[in-house]
Design a protein around this ligand. Structure first.
Ligand code: GLC
Length: 556
């Protein structure tokens, strides 16, 4: 079986993971030194967010050279050492590929700026004349995800498209140079030994750029589900991934890839995971779900059904609770159901006040659920520590273009990128020998690896135990059996008798029969009740009838 179908993948945001050279910024040597942590955790693979040369207009997702390492993060030699060490420890390495745009400092874009309109250098990007009598208005209503128009005007009066920051000009995937360049780049990293790729903004590469440009003022939240949107999730985008798959299959074992398509999970999401395409696509439905039994149950079952239908079982399922783009779930899950998370972030995490113990309980339960689901589980660095969001970073430290381009209307993503706490003390809590590029609040020390390692009941040890046990238990691709009952109880069973039960309600529920093999909170010996916000794994020989495997999905 392909290794990635059941892999636990640990997502490293390199600038915030570990600082090997004491300059306050995480780097590849830092990752190398901390590999024992990941090995002990038991993960199968590591995904590195971009470490490429970047002026850092968007946290490294503005890439100025796709085939090198940013000097502040190390060298290619460091990268090669890292690949070798990861493989020696029996793990795999996945790197990020950012094909929708480049940095405005990429040699191609600089060349495009000094080239005349209509030139081949401009063809690699999306340059257009403006509207209005003097071309003073943007060519269309297309918007940037980071706020404001998606068009920027250059000195000679033309405009270029940037669906993200203005320092991230969009590439034109109709251009043969662009297609070749990325195939060559994938091959270049594959030849250095990487095992797979995470494909940034995978659904945006193919665009309908025919004139007149069509209106698309909605970003990607209300996409038509037939591939006709001018910017996102067009049918032609799949041709690109089919060509990538041909390259991936030249390697042994074939490379894997996972698409990031930041849209609501829908009837087209899993098409990216088809066997002749990428194999995986991120399913973000747990990130977007409210903390209640019916919601979780609905999105999980819908994803499994969508996956079966669209990917035709050819690709793998994925599950994610947090990443470098969203507030950490140990805080998110503590918010009241109707709270507006953006408003909470803007208030510096003060309105409403959240109960961090509740957040931790839920994060631990959600972690056990994530690791019990069939498919691949993606863990963001710090999830294994139940790290909360640092919601009160002083605004002068905020780097995210979301904060700057919205004029402070949205707080942005810095609060989930605060450097990790490894020790209780030290200039940056073991992150490095100096400070940290984003300030770490003092309370972070209590969440450190050093603080959690000796405590058998810590979240860190829960994750270690769960990942080790999952390795033994996650054996078959047989459909899950779902059990009916109180809607606040989520309960499913694998074909081999491994069950997961989560109590989303506000009162204890009786535990279904079976031996408790792991619990997200310490239970009294012989306990027959499952307290609120707790998950357990059970081992049962009980063959209760499949109450729902073939039942129609609930609406929604
Ligand atoms: C993806 C990345 C995000 C980045 C954006 C633009 O969504 O995860 O961090 O800002 O793409 O590259």
């Amino acid at each position: 079986m392909d290794w990635w179908r059941t892999a636990v993948v640990y997502h490293v945001y390199p600038r915030s993971f570990a600082d090997g050279n004491g300059d306050g910024v995480g780097d590849l040597v830092g990752v190398l030194r901390r590999l024992p942590h990941l090995q002990r955790l038991g993960v199968d693979a590591i995904w590195l967010s971009p470490f490429y040369p970047s002026p850092m207009a968007d946290g490294g997702y503005d890439v100025a050279d796709h085939r090198d390492v940013d000097p502040s993060l190390g060298t290619l030699a460091d990268f090669e050492k890292l690949v070798a060490a990861v493989h020696d420890l029996g793990m795999r390495l996945i790197v990020d590929i950012v094909p929708n745009h480049t940095s405005d400092q990429h040699p191609w874009f600089r060349e495009a700026l000094s080239a005349p309109s209509g030139s081949p250098a401009r063809q690699r990007y999306v340059f257009r004349n403006g509207r209005g009598s003097r071309g003073e208005q943007p060519p269309s209503d297309w918007r940037s995800h980071f706020g404001g128009s998606g068009w920027e005007r250059v000195a000679d009066g033309q405009w270029y498209l940037h669906l993200f920051a203005r320092e991230q000009p969009d590439l034109n995937w109709d251009d043969a140079d662009v297609r070749r360049y990325f195939l060559d780049t994938l091959r270049w990293w594959a030849d250095l030994g990487v095992d797979g790729f995470r494909v940034d903004v995978a659904h945006a590469l193919a665009k309908d750029l025919s004139e007149p440009l069509r209106s698309q003022p909605n970003l990607d939240s209300r996409l038509p589900l037939d591939g006709t949107d001018p910017l996102y999730d067009r049918d032609e985008v799949h041709d690109i991934y089919r060509s990538w798959r041909r390259l991936f299959d030249e390697y042994q074992p074939p490379l894997m890839a996972v698409a990031e398509t930041w849209t609501p999970t829908n009837s087209r999401t899993y098409l990216y995971a088809r066997h002749d395409e990428l194999g995986q696509v991120f399913d973000f439905s747990l990130i977007k779900s409210r903390w209640d039994g019916p919601s979780y149950r609905r999105v999980i079952r819908r994803s499994m059904e969508d996956h079966r239908r669209q990917a035709d079982d050819g690709g793998g399922l994925t599950w994610v609770l947090s990443n470098h783009d969203v507030p950490r779930h140990a805080s998110r899950l503590a918010l009241p159901p109707d709270a507006d998370i953006e408003a909470w972030l803007l208030s510096g995490g003060t309105r409403p006040r959240i109960d961090l113990d509740l957040g931790r309980r839920r994060a631990r339960a959600a972690g056990l659920l994530l690791l019990a689901l069939p498919g691949s589980a993606y863990i963001y660095q710090g999830d294994e520590l139940a790290l909360p969001e640092v919601a009160d970073l002083p605004v002068e430290f905020l780097r995210d273009p979301v904060w700057h381009r919205t004029g402070g209307a949205l707080r942005g993503r810095d609060g989930c990128r605060v450097p990790l706490p490894w020790t209780r003390t030290g200039p940056s809590l073991g992150f490095g020998d100096a400070g940290a590029w984003l300030p770490q609040p003092a309370w972070l020390a209590d969440y450190s690896v050093e603080a959690q390692d000796p405590d058998p009941d810590s979240t860190l040890n829960l994750y270690r135990a769960a990942i080790a046990l999952r390795r033994k238990l996650l054996t078959s691709g047989a459909p899950l059996t779902w059990y009916d009952g109180d809607p606040s109880l989520l309960h499913f069973r694998h074909g081999n008798g491994w069950e997961c039960v989560v109590n989303f309600g506000d009162r204890a529920q009786s535990l279904p029969p079976g031996e408790v093999v792991l619990a997200s909170q310490v239970l009294e010996p012989g306990a027959r009740n499952l307290p609120p916000d707790v998950a357990v794994w059970l081992r049962s020989g009980d063959q209760r009838p499949d109450s729902e495997t073939s039942a129609p999905l609930p609406p929604g």
